[in-house]
Structures are given as C-alpha cells and as structure tokens.
Design a protein around this ligand. Structure first.
Ligand code: GRF
Length: 215
C-alpha cells in the first residue's frame, strides 16, 4: 500500500451527524486511495466531529456566528481548508451557502453531495418536496461546486424508488444509504486522477459527462 504522503488529502466539511463523513473515513481505511486529512465544521456540536476524533482525524470548527458577514467567514474557512493541506474538499452535509470568492478559490477541487436527482429539487427539504411532487424516483447527486447553488456539473447519481407509504424520513433513509456508496466512489475517481472539471463541465476518463454516471 502507498504511504499517506502519496494519497489524495481530502478535507471534509460538515454541519451535522456526518454519516457521509463516516462512509469516507471507512473507504479511506479500506482501500487507502485517499486520506481524510481534516474535518471542518461550522458548528461545534456537529456529531461528525466525534466520528473524526474517534478515527484520529484532526478537526477544526470555524463558527459562522463569530463572523460579521459571509465574506469574513468564507475567508477564514478558506484559510482553514488550506491549512489542512487540502487537495480535494468534500461538502458532506455542510449547511452554509458559500460566496463566489470561496468557490472560485477552490474551483475544480470541491465536491458536494445533494439529496436529490439534480437538477430536480435544488435547495432544502428535498425529500418532502419529492413526495409532494409525486415523483416515482428520487435519489442523490454528487457534483462539482460552482457559484450556482446545487447547480454545478453533476458527476454521478444514485436512484431509489419512492414507495407507497413513504414519508420524508423513510425516503431520506433510503437515499442516505445510497449516498454512503455514491460519495466514496466519486472521491475514489478523483483520487485516481480520473475526474476533473474543465470548461465548466465534469470529465471522467477524458470524456465529458453528458449524463450523470449511475452508482
Ligand atoms: C445528506 O443527506 C447530504 O446529502 C446532505 O446532508 C445530509 C448529510 O447527512 N447534503 P450526514 O451528516 O452525512 O449524515
């Protein structure tokens, strides 16, 4: 196995329980293609911080309430990301809208997982909205982060059926289980040098992704 210095250094940004972070920690331990170098949260009470600590991963809290404005927070957040030596930044349930300046700073090096089949249901409360819309299929998407919220080029998706009797919680649980497979898979592609963003598009193995890969 290669040494830690040879592996892609991934920094994961969280705000909550961090089950996707856990999936990345487990994948990193299993196949060693990348390492979770640091976990950054905007909330000191995020459950994912304990997951990181249990795995011996350094953590940082950049508390958005301590900054006068979004620009100040994002500047501090960007500095924290750089201080971790991040090669790839993964937003895994990070519940802050980023400024254009921060997105530009890490352009092509930042992924987000969103709990819908983008471009459907950008923004919040995706599971409830999917049920209200009566869709038969729902899921999650991983995309490169651009200035447009949940609007960057989609790399891959996981699809689940919407079942009779579903409520937002049952549907969310079905999607989340698939997120835990989807997100590590896309990070592996990036770690293996197969994935990039160029000309505003996502490219895998040298070909522009026209239709998101299904995982
Ligand atoms: C996931 O559903 C993710 O898609 C969304 O926020 C949730 C985070 O869950 N962005 P967890 O903190 O990884 O458990």
């Amino acid at each position: 196995m290669s040494g830690a210095a040879d592996r892609l250094a991934v920094v994961v940004l969280i705000s909550g329980s961090g089950t996707n972070l856990q999936a990345l920690i487990d994948a990193a331990a299993d196949d060693g293609r990348f390492t979770v170098a640091c976990v950054i949260s905007n909330r000191a009470d995020a459950g994912g911080l304990a997951r990181a600590a249990a795995a011996g991963i350094p953590t940082r809290v950049v508390d958005h309430t301590r900054y006068a404005d979004r620009a100040g927070f994002d500047s501090a957040l960007g500095d924290a990301i750089d201080a971790c030596g991040a090669q790839l930044i993964v937003l895994a349930g990070f519940m802050r809208i980023l400024t254009d300046a921060l997105v530009a700073r890490f352009r092509g090096r930042m992924l987000n997982i969103h709990p819908s089949l983008l471009p459907a249901f950008q923004g919040l409360h995706t599971h409830r909205r999917a049920l209200e819309a009566g869709v038969r299929e729902h899921g999650a998407s991983v995309h490169f982060v651009t200035a447009e919220l949940d609007g960057g080029p989609v790399i891959a998706q996981a699809r689940v059926p919407v079942l009779a009797g579903d409520d937002a919680a049952t549907l969310a649980a079905r999607v989340l289980a698939r997120e835990h497979v989807l997100l590590p898979e896309v990070v592996r592609w990036y770690a293996d040098g197969r994935l990039e963003m160029r000309d505003g598009r996502a490219w895998l193995d040298g070909a522009a992704i026209e239709t998101p890969r299904q995982c």
